[in-house]
Design a protein around this ligand. Structure first.
Ligand code: SF4
Length: 414
């Protein structure tokens, strides 16, 4: 068979990239090409985060440089022993595609990852070269996210940060034991070492930028990582604990979760079924509790069930509230912001509105109802001027009363 053409390679390599979830583009520096300088912008609103394998553009061109790989991670469709069609782009080809799609308004940037071809250093060089062509030869000012390779030389990983808005290094699995078993060529210490080096370089660049206006930019949108959920025996409590340590230890912008999906010719060490997608959703909700609602990882873990996993039928905030009913009801007219954020059904915006409104008047249940999607969910946990839940908070069947109906759950089911 002859060498595949560009569009055929794109079909193969965009499809191969679809398993990577870590490509959100929030938090980068503002750059644009207004005034006729350069090309591209990071300032567009409504940015989506992937390039679908059917050719539909959803804002980032999300592609692999190659799906050849010398590693043999069991969960990966591109592993050495996998029987898939292979393809490989040159850096120039990826740069040309990015510019072409950008000019056609299909995308706002590039998310580039890769299998390991020849060696980690060679692959990292090729990825850096792609970003260099875009930035230096074409003055491309759109968003670039580079997935870096922890086994590569730290100088190369550093160069990636000089060109990219965001860099990511995947921890892959929630536990070191899982990594050893399912990704035998990877090393947990090496991965965390690379993340530590990236953290230091980002911090140093920020300090220099404060002192010298023209100091080089370095990964202004920070670093992120991804964990695969459901490929090993790690529980949600394990995952939440690991995510929390990663946020604290490496100042990550995001930890992404990707529900393991069975692949063709899968290794016998993998589960046969994918976990329910709602599990990934519950983990993202727990991530929000830690990042925006003031929950400690330990508290999210308290919301798990006897098997260490978050319940699937209710969200983790409701699960926590049901376990700690002695903390409720809270008085919306008097309670601290911290406690209001614990009320199931009250989001950050609603809590801010409650705090602003109660300065001027005493709130009634109907006032709270206007701020939430479901006052039925909220009222068991609050007191207002005209409402007190009395025995409702402690009812044995409260979970059943508040759990969404099963048809809604199926929206998330595998
Ligand atoms: S290093 Fe592992 S996860 Fe990455 S492409 Fe190769 S086999 Fe897949």
């Amino acid at each position: 068979m002859g060498q595949p053409g560009i569009m055929e390679k794109l079909e193969i390599l965009a499809d191969a990239a679809k398993y990577d979830a870590s490509c959100a583009s929030s938090g980068t520096a503002k750059r644009n090409s207004s005034g006729g300088k350069g090309i591209g912008s990071t300032e567009g609103m409504g940015i989506c985060h992937a390039y679908a394998p059917d050719g539909r553009c959803i804002s980032l061109l999300k592609v692999l440089l190659t799906n050849h790989c010398i590693f043999d991670c069991h969960y990966c469709i591109n592993r050495k022993s996998s029987n898939v069609r292979r393809a490989r782009f040159t850096p120039q080809e990826v740069a040309d595609l990015t510019l072409t799609f950008y000019r056609r308004n299909y995308i706002e940037g590039l998310f580039l990852s890769s299998g390991i071809i020849k060696s980690s250093n060679h692959t990292m060089e090729q990825m850096v070269e792609t970003a260099r062509i875009l930035r230096e030869d074409h003055d491309f000012r759109g968003y670039i996210h580079l997935k870096t390779i922890p086994e590569a030389d730290p100088d190369l990983v550093h160069q990636a940060g000089l060109y990219a808005d965001r860099v990511s290094i995947n921890v892959e699995l929630p536990t070191d034991a899982g990594l050893t078993r399912l990704a035998p060529d990877k090393n947990a210490r090496q991965i965390e070492g690379a993340m530590g080096g990236m953290k230091m370089a980002i911090r140093q660049a920020r300090d220099e930028k404060k002192r010298f206006k023209h100091a080089p930019r370095f990964a202004p949108a920070g670093q992120s990582t991804q964990m695969i959920v459901g490929a090993d025996a790690a529980t949600d409590a394990d995952i939440v604990g690991r995510a929390s340590r990663l946020y604290d230890g490496f100042r990550l912008r995001r930890v992404y979760y990707s529900a393991f999906s069975p692949i063709p010719d899968a290794s016998a060490v993998l589960p046969l079924k994918r976990p329910p997608l709602v599990r990934e959703h519950r983990l993202y909700q727990s991530d929000w509790l830690m990042r925006f609602y003031g929950f400690e990882a330990q508290e999210v873990m308290q919301a798990t069930e006897a098997d260490g996993n978050l319940p699937l039928d209710i969200d983790p905030k409701l699960a926590w509230a049901l376990k700690f009913r002695e903390r409720f009801p809270v008085d919306v007219n008097r309670s601290s912001r911290e406690m209001l954020l614990r009320v199931p059904g009250l989001g950050v915006k609603a809590v801010n509105q409650i705090i602003a409104a109660r300065r001027h008047r005493t709130l009634r249940l109907e006032d709270v109802a206007k701020l939430t999607v479901s006052v039925a969910k909220v009222r068991a946990f609050i007191v207002t001027a005209d409402w007190r839940p009395t025995l409702l908070t402690d009812r044995a069947d409260l979970r059943t009363l508040l759990a969404p109906k099963s048809e809604q759950l199926e929206l998330f089911a595998a």
